[in-house]
Design a protein around this ligand. Structure first.
Ligand SMILES: [Zn+2]
Length: 247
C-alpha cells in the first residue's frame, strides 16, 4: 500500500503563482483512529508518525504550523521564528514566498484566500466559534487590497445535513437563515457551516467565492471527522491540512 498522500487541488481560478492544496487521510503512516495521513500533532497520535506524514507534504519545509485555539487571531508570517515558536492563531497571512499558510481541520471549515494579483495569501480555520468571533473578517482586513479583489475557496468540512446542533448554537447563527434548518430530531437543528462562511465572505465583499462541496463526515474513507469519531465512540481523530503559498 502506498503511503503517498492523495491531495485535493482547490477548484478555483487563482493566479498561476498561487500554490495550494488540501490533504486527505489517504496515504501516510498513522494507524488506529488516526489511520492515514494525520498531520495533527495535538490529537494523541505518535509524534514520529505525524512528523513522517508532515514531511511527505509538498513544500513541507515552508509550512508554518499553528497552535489553533478556535479564536480570531491572525498571524502575519514574516520570520523564521515561526518555525521554532509555533504561533497561537487560527489564521495566517503572508506576502512572502518563504512561508506557507496552513490550517488543520476535521469538520471545521478551512478557507483559503488570495488577491487577484497573486501577491498575498491567507488560510483560515473557521469552525462555528471562529466564525462567531468573525475570524474571516479579521483575516480579510489584513489584506492590502479591497475585499472585491480577493477570491476565497471553502474547503472540505462537515455539511449542513451532517451537522446537528442544539437550539442555543443554532440561535447564534439565526442572522444567516439559509444556514440553519430544522433538525431531524426533536429540539435539534442542522447548521451549515460552509453556508455561514459564504455569507460572511460575501457580506465582507469578497469578490469571488468557490466551494469544494466536500463533506468530511459523509466521506469517511477520505477525511477525518470529529463528529463521526464521536458517533463511533472515539474521543479523538486525525486532522487534514489546507496549505496556501506564493511562488
Ligand atoms: Zn455530510
Amino acid at each position: 500500500m502506498t503511503t503517498q498522500p492523495t491531495l485535493i487541488a482547490p477548484n478555483w481560478s487563482a493566479p498561476k503563482n498561487i500554490f495550494a492544496y488540501t490533504t486527505t487521510r489517504i496515504g501516510g503512516v498513522s494507524g488506529g483512529v488516526y489511520r492515514g495521513l494525520n498531520v495533527g500533532g495535538h490529537v494523541g497520535d505518535h509524534e514520529k508518525n505525524v512528523a513522517v506524514n508532515r514531511a511527505m507534504l509538498p513544500e513541507a519545509q515552508k509550512i508554518v504550523w499553528l497552535n489553533q485555539v478556535h479564536g480570531n487571531d491572525v498571524v502575519a508570517l514574516n520570520s523564521n521564528e515561526h518555525f521554532a515558536h509555533i504561533p497561537k492563531a487560527d489564521a495566517a497571512i503572508t506576502d512572502s514566498s518563504t512561508y506557507h499558510c496552513a490550517v488543520m481541520t476535521a469538520d471545521c471549515v478551512p478557507i483559503l484566500l488570495c488577491d487577484s494579483e497573486g501577491t498575498q495569501v491567507a488560510a483560515v480555520h473557521a469552525g462555528w466559534q471562529g466564525m462567531y468571533k468573525e475570524i474571516i473578517a479579521a483575516t480579510v482586513a489584513r489584506f492590502n487590497c479591497e475585499p472585491e479583489h480577493l477570491m476565497a475557496w471553502i474547503g472540505p468540512s462537515i455539511c449542513g445535513d451532517c451537522y446537528e446542533v442544539d437550539r442555543e448554537l443554532a440561535q447564534r447563527f439565526q442572522e444567516y437563515p439559509e444556514a440553519v434548518s430544522p433538525g431531524k430530531r426533536q429540539d435539534k437543528f442542522q447548521l451549515d457551516l460552509p453556508t455561514v462562511a459564504e455569507y460572511q465572505l460575501s457580506q465582507i465583499g469578497v469578490g469571488r467565492i468557490f466551494y469544494s462541496k466536500l463533506c468530511t463526515y459523509c466521506q469517511a474513507d477520505t477525511f477525518y471527522s470529529h463528529r463521526r469519531a464521536t458517533h463511533n465512540g472515539q474521543s479523538t481523530t486525525g486532522r487534514i491540512v489546507s496549505v496556501i503559498g506564493l511562488r
